[in-house]
Design a protein around this ligand. Sequence first.
Ligand code: KG4
Ligand code: ZN
Length: 345
Amino acid sequence: MTILAIESSCDETSAAVIRDGDILSNFIANQTVHEQYGGVVPELASRAHMQNIVPVVHAALQKAAVQAGEYVNDASVNTMLQSVNAVAFTQAPGLIGSLLVGAQFAKSLALALNVPLIGVHHMQAHVLANLIEDPRPEFPFLCLTVSGGHTQIVLCESPLSLKVIGETMDDAAGEAFDKSAKLLGLPYPGGPLIDKYAKTGDPNRFKFPEPQMPALNFSFSGLKTAILYFLQEHTAANPKFVEENLADICASIQHRIVSILLNKVKAAARTTGIDQICIAGGVSANSGLRQAFTEMGQKYKWQTFIPAFQYCTDNAAMIAITAYYKFLENDFADLGTGPTARAEF
Ligand code: KG4
Ligand code: ZN
């Protein structure tokens, strides 16, 4: 059973092919046009998706043919396309213009190939990225999903039975990274840059506050304000403060974001009694989080799981694995279905 999956929720155009549960290809085109604007410009993202979608899908089919040992010449791309049993796409949440490009393309292709269509929830897919490769968690497991728009603790009872048991009340963890980076004068998206500079810094040099949020919920807006005041105060005394202390500032900010996240994971493990724990989403690419999470797992005797880097940030392989489980359940979408910018799962 072969599924072609398309992801276009934000600023990455991606396509993947999955056959019998194994990923054959995962092609991702990053949009660099947004860097100069300090954030994703929705209209430019939609336009870039329209330019990228055909070559990205072609590349994913070609790579899949090579991976399956079926590539002979360019006609093999069409042979791979003809073998597709369903077309999947990211249905929600995301930027509506971006989602529409992937949705329309997927629907047209499903119609042309006369195969079913599968709509996938982007945040559910981030969680299920943990099922792409071994070692895979056993059910039930917990997942901390940390991306640019979401911060959630999810209880997973089966691939399609997921429950959000904690989430952010304001900013997402990725936003906390990106907004902190912006205050430091770093370009968008700043998360990976904070990670990079933090590597040579002292995480205990500066102390930022940890919010006291009830239950398993998070808050990051107070941290952003605290960093703003901290920087204003120090640069008033020394205009070169950021320049001279960049590594220590980044390490201290990262240390606090990671401790806010992991303290709630610890609480979730305690309250649910579950010891199979995953992380997912763009921020799970953060080296400080990956290391602290692994160490915490060793300390508390959890089994911890982290997707490979290419499956942490937005990608179509996670849409493909989710679609695979939906296909097994005959969970198909109607051709009249449209994408939505917001949706619960
Ligand atoms: O999951 P994702 O690719 O897209 C969304 O669904 O939002 O997550 C993007 C977020 C951005 O905020 C980006 O700065 C952050 O993930 N991110 C990182 C790292 N790599 C990506 N944050 C911290 N450290 C990283 N290495
Ligand atoms: Zn995402």
